[in-house]
Design a protein around this ligand. Sequence first.
Ligand code: SAM
Length: 275
Amino acid sequence: MNYRHAFHAGNACDVAKHALLVDLLQALRAKPKPFRVLDTHAGLGSYVLASSEAERTGEWRQGIGRVADVTEGPLADYAAMVRAAGFPDIYPGSPDLARALLRPEDRLVLCELHPEDHATLRARYSRDRQVAVHLRDAWEAVEALTPFPERRGLVLIDPPFEKPGEFDRCAAALARLRHRFRAAIIACWYPIKHRAPVRAFHAALQEAAVPDCITAELLLREPTDPSRLNGCGLLVANAPHGFAGRAEAILGALVPRLADAAPGAGCAITRITPE
Ligand code: SAM
């Protein structure tokens, strides 16, 4: 396991993922019944932006560094949460964002396989009775820890895409989980380096007839150079009511801040499979 999210936390694609994640969590909070969140690839939970890892790449400066000052419009809630978490010293990962939106009756389950990152994550939430932290393989955990006892909630699948076959593993996990736990909202992040693997991922979901999948994609530039992270997508299955419109507004507000008016920059919300 070579990937460490500390080098990339708060970059443009993290910002897109987390701004959409906040909207999905707010939709779950809008109903009184308890919910659970399973974050299958959790990372550290929170990131120090003065760390040597974050300083080495400086990626956060072209990401959250351009968004954290927003106080109005579709990014306002997310940006306020980032400031409340301690920006510009700290950037909250998906576990901290989810934790901040739990009510007392809600639960958060985190899986992280990197031993050091798992130890950091476990220590972070060791006194928190609403959070469970597992040193566990995501692909095994997504089977073992679902469906939730609450019967509602969100599964976030956010692999590092450092080894081949990650798109296939995501498609297979989505298909099985959608079948076994229809009530869950499932969000799966993916990189857009070039178009071919993304098209194949969407085609796999269509061939498996995984119901009710939409994608929210942000392009920082035309995805022609596969050695660069040119954008990202969030595949959302069983999206809450009105999510597509809100996602368009969120990503539309990010494009002018993150994409430097590069050719091919933009965003798109696309229905991949029917309800
Ligand atoms: N979800 C986090 C966030 O948004 O703040 C970022 C997660 S990062 C992209 C991916 C994480 O998955 C890394 O910390 C990596 O160590 C972990 N990981 C990689 N393979 C895994 C596996 N099979 N099971 C669980 N965690 C894994």
